[in-house]
Structures are given as structure tokens and as C-alpha cells.
Design a protein around this ligand. Structure first.
Ligand code: PMP
Length: 358
């Protein structure tokens, strides 16, 4: 084997926002069953470490193009975290003030990251859920004349996934089988945009959509009631709080509705929060791939698909963000700060450099 070398990007970047996208599809070697090829699309390679960087740049640049966003105008959005972090990165780079509304139940790292990136974060009560934080963003936008990003309704969401995420998958799997694409939904931007591309260029690829086992909004078949702008009029009755942050808000987003209405997926597979955490932990410890609970959850579904898939099948699962975003959450609850018994035994196995009192 020759030594590993690298060659640089062959270009210089004018702004951090130009580094968004082009995330790698990586083979899963140790966990995947032998009879398939399993890949993950690692969105933590984006500059603010999640898939939502794509949405953030799309919302801001499309609004600039249309003249909906004036230079220096404040941007406001309701976000469970990654959209806020992505928007904070984009707004910092482009000089827009940003205010984010967020239910207090989401992880503290997310809040701190948004503030670190220069945004203001307004917390909303846990019991008012996603609907409450959204209503707060609407109220603030109307009261102040701010630009509301509308991630759950804007066409700029699915468009960026069509033009980037979907296009990248087509390019990376050119000349190769792709039998299954597995993803969950938050806004639905990923599945709706990627489905547009795959249905045209790869009609043979089965699109597997997932949602939390205890919040099967799509699976319930119960229609979402909407206002005239497509935003939810009420929370969905099938919603229960679930631990897969970034997936399935307490309503069916308008952006996702296109995939539901136009056959943008072939199969809907529910997955439990604990299964998502288990596979996130395994991806980290057995593959060196650091992703959050939603990545673990789509990977859990991909593993189920893999077990049943014919010999030689090629499967791709989305990993929306980095595991580092979950340090204060149950994902890391079994990771000790102090030495384990095994580590203490290792320490004591040689005479020097021992910690007293361990
Ligand atoms: N996982 C995480 C961690 C997310 O933040 C999001 C976006 N809310 C998703 C998955 C789902 O992506 P999308 O909004 O494109 O459906």
C-alpha cells in the first residue's frame, strides 16, 4: 500500500457558504450484511455540520434574488436546531441579523451554537411544541417587519435538495446500481427534492421514508389541516413527543406534502427512538462515523432494508448531522466522564503515572 496523499480542492473559496454541499457517500464496512453494499451520505461534512446548511443558503439566496430580503434586514425562523445553526452560519457570512425561536426541550448545544454564531435565540414553552415556536416566529416577523424563513412551506427547500443533494447522488452513483434510498423527514425537503430527481433519473430506486414509531403522522393517514399559506392550522393528532430531534414535527409540513401526494416514496417504515440511538452509537464505535439520532434512525431502517434485500443490492441512507450535537442528550448518557473499571485496570497494569483515588 502506498502512503495516503491529498491534493487540495484545486480552488480557493470566496465564502464559507460556497463550501455547502458535495457531501461524500461513504461505504459502511463493518456493520453492513455481506450480501449488500450499504452507503451513508454524510451531511456532517457541511460547514455547520448538518443537511440544513443547504436549506439555509437556499432560503437566503433565493430571497435575495427575488428581492424579498433587503440588505441588513433581520431574518427570523422557528427551528429545532440545525436550521437555526445553518441560518446562523449563512447570516453571519452574509451580514444579516438573525432571531431564532426554539422550544426549550431541544439540546443546549444547539442553542449555544446559534448564539456563538451571532444569532439571538428566543425560547418557547416545551408544552407548546413545534407549533408554539412557529407561532412565536410569525408573531415576531409581523410585529417587526422581519423576513420569515418559512422552512416548512418554502419551495426553496425542496428545490435545493433537487439541485444539490439529489444531483450529487446521481453523480456519485453514475454507472452503478442504486436500489434503495432511505431517509426520514423533518420539513420533508430532503425526501421531496431527492425524489424529484430519483423518480426521473433512477425510476428503479426504491425510496424508503421513515418516521418515529410513536409519531406516525404520515402513517396515520390523517390529513393535516392548513391555513391559506399552507402552514399548519393545528397540531396533528398522531403526534407524540419522540427522541429523534429534527424529524417529524407535530404537523405534516407543506414541503413534505408533495412527496405524499405525488408518490415520492415507495414504502413508509416506522423506527423507534431507542433504535435510532443504538445505531448512532454503533456507527460511531464500529465505523468511526459520527452522526446524530436521526442518522442512526435512518441507518436502522437501512439495516432492516438490507437484511431483506436481494444479493448485490446497493443502499444509501441519509445521515443528516453530527453526533457532537448531542453531547448533553440521552444519546451520550452511557458515556462516562470518569474511568470505567476496565480503564482503571489498564491504568494499574503499569507502575507509573497513576491517578490517586481511582
Ligand atoms: N435530521 C435532523 C437532525 C434534522 O435537523 C433534519 C431537518 N429538520 C432532518 C433530519 C430532516 O431533514 P428535512 O427537513 O430535509 O426533512
Amino acid at each position: 500500500m502506498s502512503p495516503r496523499t491529498t491534493r487540495g480542492q484545486g480552488r480557493l473559496y470566496d465564502s464559507v457558504v460556497d463550501t455547502i454541499g458535495n457531501t461524500p457517500c461513504i461505504r459502511v464496512n463493518n456493520l453492513a450484511p455481506e450480501h449488500v453494499e450499504l452507503y451513508v451520505k454524510a451531511e456532517f461534512f457541511n460547514p455547520a455540520a448538518s443537511v440544513k446548511d443547504r436549506l439555509a443558503i437556499s432560503i437566503i439566496e433565493e430571497a435575495e434574488r427575488r428581492g424579498d430580503l433587503r440588505p441588513g434586514q433581520t431574518v427570523v425562523e422557528a427551528t429545532s436546531g440545525n436550521t437555526g445553526i445553518g441560518l446562523a452560519m449563512v447570516c453571519a457570512a452574509k451580514g444579516y441579523p438573525l432571531v431564532l425561536t426554539m422550544a426549550e426541550s431541544f439540546s443546549v448545544e444547539r442553542r449555544k451554537l446559534m448564539r456563538f454564531l451571532g444569532a439571538k435565540v428566543v425560547l418557547t414553552p416545551r408544552e407548546l411544541k413545534g407549533f408554539g415556536m412557529y407561532q412565536k416566529a410569525v408573531e415576531l416577523a409581523e410585529a417587526n417587519g422581519w423576513f420569515l424563513a418559512h422552512q416548512f412551506e418554502t419551495p426553496d427547500n425542496a428545490t435545493i435538495h433537487e439541485n444539490t443533494t439529489g444531483a450529487e447522488i446521481i453523480a456519485d452513483f453514475a454507472g452503478k446500481r442504486l436500489d434503495y434510498f432511505v431517509t426520514g423527514y423533518g420539513t420533508g425537503g430532503t425526501v421531496t427534492g431527492v425524489a424529484r430527481v430519483l423518480r426521473k433519473a433512477r425510476p428503479e430506486t426504491k425510496i424508503i421514508l421513515s418516521e418515529p414509531a410513536n409519531a406516525q403522522l404520515v402513517g396515520s393517514g390523517i390529513k393535516q389541516q392548513r391555513g391559506s399559506d399552507g402552514a399548519p392550522a393545528v397540531g396533528h393528532s398522531a403526534f407524540e413527543p419522540h427522541p429523534i430531534q429534527g424529524w417529524t414535527p407535530d404537523f405534516i409540513p407543506l414541503v413534505l406534502q408533495e412527496a405524499i401526494d405525488n408518490g415520492g416514496y415507495d414504502e413508509l417504515v416506522p423506527v423507534s427512538g431507542p433504535a435510532g440511538m443504538e445505531w448512532s452509537r454503533k456507527l460511531a464505535a464500529r465505523e468511526g462515523i459520527l452522526t446524530g439520532v436521526s442518522g442512526g434512525a435512518s441507518f436502522a431502517v437501512a439495516m432492516q432494508v438490507a437484511e431483506k434485500a436481494p444479493q448485490g443490492s446497493v443502499i444509501l441512507a441519509m445521515l443528516p448531522d453530527t453526533g457532537e450535537r448531542y453531547l448533553s442528550t440521552p444519546l451520550f448518557e452511557n458515556v462516562e466522564e470518569v474511568m470505567t473499571e476496565e480503564e482503571i485496570a489498564l491504568m494499574k497494569s503499569t507502575p507509573g503515572y497513576q491517578m490517586a483515588g481511582a
